[in-house]
Design a protein around this ligand. Structure first.
Ligand SMILES: NC(=O)C1=CN([C@@H]2O[C@H](COP(=O)(O)OP(=O)(O)OC[C@H]3O[C@@H](n4cnc5c(N)ncnc54)[C@H](OP(=O)(O)O)[C@@H]3O)[C@@H](O)[C@H]2O)C=CC1
Ligand SMILES: O=C(O)CCC(=O)C(=O)O
Length: 431
């Protein structure tokens, strides 16, 4: 069964909510409501932006290697496309649910607007734990998911990319499946592809590089010298691993890291290249250094904390124990609204996801530009343009925050929401 749902606002939300809690979508709407209040936008604009414009839920029949059949659920949500094609990753995780995908799609809209890349926001999710499936099974799931969401995606409509549990191989299968259905190769339909299939130099490391550009700028703002700074990183996947590597290369001592299996710590600083070799051999950070609880990584005695795993890990129950002076959100939505308040009251600077992890979509945009023009840039060019965009975005958000006495999250969200609301107004779609 495939249900195509055009969601012009269906929930009767006539005014911005005040202080709801509970789950990423509620968090995302709370942030939007605060931005709308700050910007003095009408309730109608909140209602428009609080809902996805379009969403599709699909059933994916999978023939398993043992001959049995399983039916897997997938989603693709387009939150907004007022500024250009919808854009955002596809997540393969057993924890995917539709409200989470809706929140992630909304954050993509703000992220693209904040970095001024000409996209709206989207996200996809498939309810599957990739670790329990063979490569051949994952290929079948990816191809069928792509066929099912094909009515929504396209290089001018909606451009997927990797997220949790997916990678450049997933993108290669998506690109191939979509291209076969169109009868010709469409390089611009996904980003985060392998280099041999129109990927961009620098995309694989772009999110982590961007996190570290912003982290170093924020440390400087706080008067903390990188060479004297310490850090902890939660998550050692595509984002966390590169973040640890680039922080160490920037002189920051990484004292603790974790993945789903647990954490490791070394008060002298972890040897990150050796840790990476350990993970390549053993599939986890566990066993590399002294074991610590995953939860303790978040409250480690460091200057900088980078949550780079999943949503909601900093919450009312642990925010008061965070010792870092600076939190830079590598993950999307790692800090709940309540935790945000606690951290702000304690003077902890939080650099929000839509700024901190925007390096990924920025280089995805560069990849799409290159792929659609079939003209490739050097790695130096990609890195220089990424560094410039991240620096400019950081400075813009910091200035907005200082001028209006807003948290960095409120400042970033307000800047982004204003751009999207302006696009709607100027296109005449609203009021
Ligand atoms: N990839 C990208 O370009 C971008 C990703 N993001 C966001 O960054 C975050 C991470 O994504 P990405 O690195 O791509 O995903 P990956 O699947 O590559 O890595 C996720 C990592 O998080 C770890 N993890 C999962 N749950 C926990 C937990 N409860 N505690 C500690 N570690 C955990 C995983 O552990 P294990 O290794 O054991 O599985 C893995 O190391 C997500 O929020 C994503 O939306 C944001 C912007 C761009
Ligand atoms: O690269 C992209 O298009 C999107 C990456 C992503 O999913 C994200 O920034 O959360």
């Amino acid at each position: 069964m495939t249900a195509l749902v055009e969601t012009a606002p269906t929930t009767p939300t006539t005014t911005a909510p005040t202080a709801p809690t509970g789950g990423p979508l509620v968090e995302a709407r709370t942030q939007l409501a605060e931005a709308c209040r700050h910007l003095g936008l009408a309730a109608g604009m909140y209602d428009l932006l609080a809902q996805p414009r379009r969403e599709l839920t699909v059933s994916i029949p999978l023939r398993r290697d043992d001959g049995s059949t399983e039916v897997i659920t997938g989603h693709r949500v387009q939150h907004n496309y007022s500024r250009g094609p919808a854009k955002g990753g596809v997540r393969f995780s057993p924890h995917v649910d539709l409200d989470e995908v809706r929140a992630l799609a909304m954050w993509m809209t703000w992220k693209c607007a904040l970095l001024d890349v000409p996209y709206g926001g989207a996200k996809g999710g498939v309810v599957i734990d990739p670790r329990n499936y063979s490569t051949a099974e994952l290929e079948r799931v990816t191809r069928r998911y792509t066929s099912e969401i094909a009515p929504l995606i396209g290089q001018a409509q909606d451009i997927p990319a990797p997220d949790i549990g997916t990678d450049e191989q997933t993108m290669a299968w998506m690109m191939d499946t979509y291209s076969v259905s169109r009868g010709h190769t469409v390089l611009g339909v996904v980003t985060g592809k392998p280099l041999a299939l129109g990927g961009s130099l620098g995309r694989a490391s772009a999110t982590s590089r961007g996190v570290v550009h912003v982290a170093l700028a924020a440390l400087e703002h706080l008067g903390i010298e990188a060479g004297r700074a310490t850090a902890a990183v939660q998550g050692f996947g595509k984002v966390g691993r590169g973040t640890a590597r680039f922080l160490a290369e920037g002189g920051v001592r990484v004292l603790a890291v974790s993945d789903q299996y647990g954490g490791v710590a070394d008060p002298r600083g972890l040897d990150v290249p050796a840790l990476e070799r350990h993970v390549d051999r053993h599939g986890s950070v566990v066993g590399f250094a002294t074991a610590i609880d995953n939860a303790d990584v978040l409250t480690a005695d460091v200057d900088l904390l980078v949550p780079a795993a999943v949503e909601g890990v900093l919450h009312a129950g642990n925010a008061g124990e965070v010792r870092a002076r600076l939190v830079v959100e590598g993950a999307n939505g790692p800090t709940t609204t309540e935790a945000d308040r606690v951290l702000a009251a304690r003077g902890t600077l939080v650099v929000p996801d839509i700024l901190a992890n925007a390096g990924g979509v920025t280089v995805s945009y560069f990849e799409w530009v290159q792929a659609t023009q079939a003209y490739w840039w050097s790695e130096d060019e990609v890195e220089a343009r990424l560094a410039l965009r991240m620096r400019q975005a950081w400075e813009g958000v910091l200035t907005e925050s200082l001028e209006h006495d807003l948290t960095l999250r409120a400042a970033a969200t307000s800047l982004a929401v204003r751009r999207v609301a302006d696009a709607h107004t100027q296109r005449g779609l609203y009021p």
